[in-house]
Design a protein around this ligand. Structure first.
Ligand code: GLN
Ligand code: ZN
Length: 783
C-alpha cells in the first residue's frame, strides 16, 4: 500500500506567491527573487509531505499562474499574437507566460490576454488553450522535467504530474471553424511521448496524468481518443508507471473504458462518488493498482477515519494491499494551506478548529489512514484513531451545529413557500402601477466603485483606527453622493452602491448564524487572486436584518426607487465551504429561508424593488448532464423560497453574469424573477437568442456595456445593442443596464458610461415614442 498526493496548494501558506508575483509585475522585485519564492514554496511543500510520510510526492503541481497554461507552454501552444514577444536574456520565458495570462502592454506592444474560465465545478479559473485547425505542437517548456530534477537534487524522488492530452484538448477552444479540437491529438501526442520519455530517462518511476474528463460524458470519438493516447504512451514508455487520475465525480459509464487503459494505476474520487467503488473493483484488472481518493480535497472537514477505513477494507477484499494507493480525492489546490496558521483568539474557536483539516493536515490524514489500514495497532495509531473519532463525534453532537428552530422552519416548508401570489402577467400590471417607470427603465447592477479610500475605511475600522460611528458616517456620505449623482444623471431605479460591503458573500455570511471565517484560509481563484471562502458549519439563521439600514437610508434620500440588494442562497452556498453532514440542498434551503426573511424586512421598510443576485447558479451544475435537472430543481426552488414571500406589487430582480443560458433557460424562467439582468454585451446580445427562442415571459435587462474594461462605450453602440434586443424581445420587457456591478471600475469612467447609457435609453424611447404616436394617429384616422 502506498500513499500519494495529487497536488499541493502552491500559493504558499502566507500567500507568498501572490505577493511576489504582484511585486514582479509591478517591477518591484527581480525575476531572480520571484523564482526564489517559487523554489522556496516547492521545497516547503515537498518537505512537509515527506515528513508526513507520503510515498509518492507530486512535482510540477507548482505553477506561477495556472497548470493548464503551464501545459500550453509545455506543448508550445502559443497563440500567434504572442509570437512578437521574443524571449531572450532581457525578456525571459516567464514574461511570455505572464503575457498569455494577463495580456501585454509594454515595449510598444498591446496584446490581449487569453480567455479564462472555471475549472469544472470549482471556483478555480484556468487559462483556456486556443487551437487552430493546423495547430502545431512542439516541446517548448521543460518545466515538468526541471521540477522533477530540482526535487531529485534535494533528495526527494517525486511523481511528476501533468494534465492528460485528452483533457488538455477538451479544456481548450477552437479559434477557427471547421475542425474539432480532439482531432489535434495526433499532432499533440508526440510531444507528450517526448516529455514522458525524457522523464523516464531522468529517473522518474511514477507519473500522474490527470484526465478529469473521465468523470464527464464522453462521445465515442473522445473515448477512442483516450484509448489511442494511452496505448501509444504504453508503447513509448513501457516501464513508466502511469497513474491516470479522475476526480470531481464518478467514472460512471466510463468505468470500463478507464479500467481497460494500459495504465499502472487508476485514481478515483471516493468523496464525491463513494458508490463507484464496487463497480470499479469489479471491472479493474488484477494488475492495475487502484488509488482511493478518500480525503476531501474540496472541503475543510477532518476525514472520518472510520468511514475511510471501511472503504479501504472493501477494496482490500477485492485487491491485494500492494495494489492499493491512499490519497486525497483530488489535488489539494482547492484547500487552504495550513490550519496551524489560524490563531485561536478569533471566531474560529478551538471547538470548530478541532473539526477542520487544511492541506497540510490532510496530507497527514492520508498517511494515518495507511498506517491504520495496515493494522499498525501501536499506541500512537490507536490514539490517532480515537482522537479522530472524538472530533467527528463532537461535531455530530455539537450544540452550535444544530438549531431546533431552523429545523422546525425547514420541516414546515411546503410548496406555498415557492410561489408568488399571482402569475407574472398579473404582477406586471400591479408593478407598473406601483413603480411608474418609463419604457426601457435604466438601472445598474448594484455596486459602485470601491475606491482605495472606501477599502481603507474598512481596514481602519477593523484595526480600530476608525470607530463604528466614524466609519458609518463616511459610508453614509459616500452613499449620499452616489444617490445624488444617480438622480442627477437621470437613472430610473437607483442603488445604494454597496460601499459597506467587502464581498457579496462575506458580507452576508458575517451576519448569519452558522458561518465562521478564517484569517488565512486562502484558496487560489486565478493567478495571484485568492479567495477566503466562509465556512458554513451549522444551521443557518438570521439574527437580525442585514441590509435594511443602508437600503432604507439610501431610500430616504430620494423619491426615486432604490433597489434592495441581496446575494442569493445558491451563490452563498457555492462560494462557501459547506457542511458535509447534510445535503448541499438542505444547507441551501436554510440560507434561502434567511434571505426570505430579509426580503420581507425590506418590503416592510417600503422598498419596492429587491434584487437577489445569483451569479454562481450556473457554476454549481454537476459534471454529468444527467444530474443537471436534480441540481437545478433544488437550486431554483431555493431561489424561489428566498424571493416569493412578497406581495405582487414588489418587484423581484435577479442578476447573473455568465454566458450560455441555452441549456438552462427553462430553469431560469422557472426562477420567476420579475426582472433578470444579465451579461450580454460581450456576446453582442447573442445571448438573448436563448430568451427569445424560449419566449421568456418576464422582463430582461441585457447588459449594454462590458464592465471588465475601463473603456467607455458610445451612446450609439448601446442604442445599437438595444436595437438588437428589441428585434427579439418586446419593448415592454426590456431594461437598460450595464453587464454587472461597477465595483472594480473608477468613478470617472463609471460616470461617463452611465450618463451615456441613460442618454441611450432616452433615444430609444424617443424612437419608440414616434412609432407609438404614429400608430395611434393611424388608429384614430381609421374610419
Ligand atoms: N450586486 C453585485 C454587484 O453589483 C453583483 C455582483 C456579481 O454579479 N458578481 O457587485
Ligand atoms: Zn454580475
Amino acid at each position: 500500500m502506498l500513499t500519494h498526493n495529487l497536488g499541493y496548494p502552491r500559493i504558499g501558506s502566507k500567500r507568498q506567491l501572490k505577493k511576489a508575483s504582484e511585486a514582479y509585475w509591478k517591477e518591484k522585485i527581480s525575476l531572480h527573487d520571484l523564482l526564489q519564492v517559487g523554489a522556496d514554496i516547492r521545497l516547503q511543500n515537498w518537505k512537509l509531505q515527506q515528513e508526513a510520510g507520503i510515498d509518492l510526492i507530486p512535482s510540477n503541481d507548482f505553477s506561477f499562474y495556472d497548470q493548464v497554461l503551464d501545459m500550453s507552454l509545455t506543448v508550445g501552444a502559443i497563440p500567434e499574437r504572442y509570437h512578437e514577444i521574443v524571449t531572450d536574456q532581457k525578456r525571459p520565458e516567464l514574461d511570455l507566460y505572464f503575457a498569455m495570462a494577463r495580456g501585454y502592454q509594454k515595449d510598444g506592444l498591446d496584446i490581449i490576454a487569453m480567455e479564462m474560465t472555471k475549472w469544472f465545478d470549482t471556483n478555480y479559473h484556468y487559462i483556456v488553450p486556443e487551437f487552430k485547425k493546423d495547430q502545431k505542437f512542439k516541446l517548448f517548456s521543460t518545466k515538468v522535467l526541471e521540477e522533477f530534477k530540482e526535487a531529485k537534487r534535494l533528495g526527494i524522488h517525486t511523481k511528476p504530474v501533468i494534465l492528460g492530452p485528452i483533457s488538455y484538448l477538451l479544456l481548450g477552444k477552437e479559434k477557427e471553424e471547421g475542425f474539432s479540437r480532439i482531432s489535434l491529438l495526433k499532432n499533440l501526442l508526440p510531444v507528450y511521448l517526448e516529455i514522458l520519455t525524457k522523464l523516464e530517462n531522468s529517473g522518474a518511476t511514477w507519473v500522474q496524468i490527470d484526465e478529469p474528463y473521465l468523470a464527464m460524458d464522453l462521445s465515442n470519438e473522445q473515448k477512442e481518443a483516450i484509448q489511442y493516447a494511452y496505448n501509444e504512451i504504453k508503447k513509448a514508455c513501457p516501464s513508466l508507471k502511469v497513474l491516470i487520475a479522475s476526480y470531481f465525480d464518478t467514472l460512471g459509464d466510463n468505468i470500463s473504458l478507464a479500467s481497460s487503459l494500459p495504465a499502472c494505476a487508476l485514481h478515483i474520487d471516493l468523496v464525491r462518488a463513494p458508490e463507484q467503488l464496487e463497480k470499479v473493483l469489479e471491472s479493474i484488472p488484477k494488475n492495475m493498482s487502484l488509488s482511493l481518493g478518500l480525503v476531501d480535497g474540496r472541503n475543510i472537514w477532518k476525514n472520518d477515519f472510520k468511514n475511510s477505513l471501511a472503504l479501504i477494507e472493501k477494496a482490500k477484499k477485492a485487491k491485494v494491499s500492494e495494489r492499493l494507493l491512499i490519497s486525497p480525492s483530488c489535488s489539494l489546490l482547492h484547500s487552504p494551506c495550513d490550519l496551524e496558521e489560524e490563531h485561536n483568539e478569533t471566531d474560529l474557536t478551538t471547538e470548530i478548529k478541532n473539526w477542520l483539516a487544511f492541506a497540510k493536515q490532510k496530507v497527514w490524514e492520508v498517511s494515518h489512514l495507511k498506517n491504520l489500514a495496515l493494522g499498525k495497532e501501536d499506541k500512537a495509531n490507536l490514539t490517532i484513531l480515537s482522537d479522530n473519532q472524538a472530533a467527528i463525534q463532537s461535531k455530530t453532537n455539537a450544540q452550535i451545529v444544530h438549531n431546533p428552530k431552523v429545523q422546525k422552519a425547514i420541516d414546515l416548508l411546503d410548496s406555498g413557500y415557492s410561489q408568488r401570489k399571482s402569475a407574472f402577467g398579473d404582477r406586471q400590471k400591479v408593478q407598473e402601477d406601483n413603480l411608474k417607470l418609463p419604457l426601457f427603465p435604466t438601472t445598474t447592477i448594484g455596486s459602485f466603485p470601491q475606491t482605495k479610500e472606501v477599502r481603507q475605511w474598512r481596514a481602519h475600522l477593523k484595526k480600530g483606527v476608525l470607530t463604528q460611528n466614524q466609519y458609518d458616517e463616511l459610508i453614509s456620505q459616500e452613499t449620499k453622493t452616489a444617490i445624488q449623482w444617480q438622480e442627477d444623471i437621470g437613472l430610473d431605479v437607483l442603488v445604494h452602491g454597496e460601499f459597506e460591503r467587502n464581498d457579496m458573500v462575506e458580507y452576508f455570511g458575517e451576519q448569519l448564524n452558522g458561518f465562521v471565517f478564517t484569517q488565512n484560509g486562502w484558496v487560489q481563484s486565478y493567478g495571484s487572486r485568492c479567495v477566503k471562502p466562509p465556512i458554513i458549519y451549522g444551521d443557518v439563521s438570521r439574527p437580525q436584518a442585514m441590509t435594511q439600514k443602508w437600503t432604507s437610508y439610501a431610500q430616504s434620500l430620494t423619491d426615486k426607487n432604490v433597489k434592495g440588494m441581496l446575494t442569493g442562497p445558491v451563490t452563498i452556498l457555492q462560494w462557501s465551504f459547506v457542511r458535509n453532514d447534510q445535503a448541499r440542498s438542505a444547507t441551501c434551503q436554510q440560507i434561502a429561508l434567511a434571505i426570505r426573511e430579509e426580503v420581507k424586512d425590506l418590503e416592510n421598510a417600503g422598498i419596492k424593488i429587491i434584487q437577489i443576485d445569483e451569479p454562481a447558479l450556473r457554476e454549481g451544475l454537476p459534471l454529468r448532464v444527467s444530474n443537471w435537472d436534480e441540481y437545478l430543481e433544488w437550486a431554483v426552488d431555493c431561489f424561489r423560497i428566498a424571493s416569493t414571500g412578497v406581495e405582487d406589487k414588489t418587484q423581484i430582480h435577479t442578476h447573473m453574469c455568465y454566458s450560455e443560458f441555452n441549456d438552462i433557460i427553462k430553469h431560469i424562467a422557472a426562477m420567476d424573477a420579475d426582472v433578470i439582468t444579465i451579461e450580454c454585451s460581450r456576446s453582442q446580445m447573442e445571448l438573448l437568442d436563448a430568451f427569445a427562442e424560449f419566449q421568456y415571459p418576464n422582463e430582461i435587462g441585457p447588459g449594454v456595456y462590458d464592465i471588465h474594461s475601463p473603456r467607455i462605450p458610445t451612446e450609439d453602440e448601446m442604442v445599437q445593442l438595444m436595437e438588437k434586443a428589441k428585434a427579439v424581445i418586446s419593448d415592454r420587457q426590456l431594461w437598460v443596464n450595464p453587464d454587472c456591478g461597477l465595483k472594480t471600475r473608477g468613478w470617472k469612467e463609471t460616470k461617463e458610461a452611465l450618463t451615456r447609457m441613460v442618454q441611450a435609453a432616452k433615444t430609444l424611447r424617443k424612437d419608440t415614442g414616434l412609432n407609438i404616436s404614429s400608430f395611434t394617429t393611424n388608429a384614430v384616422n381609421t374610419p
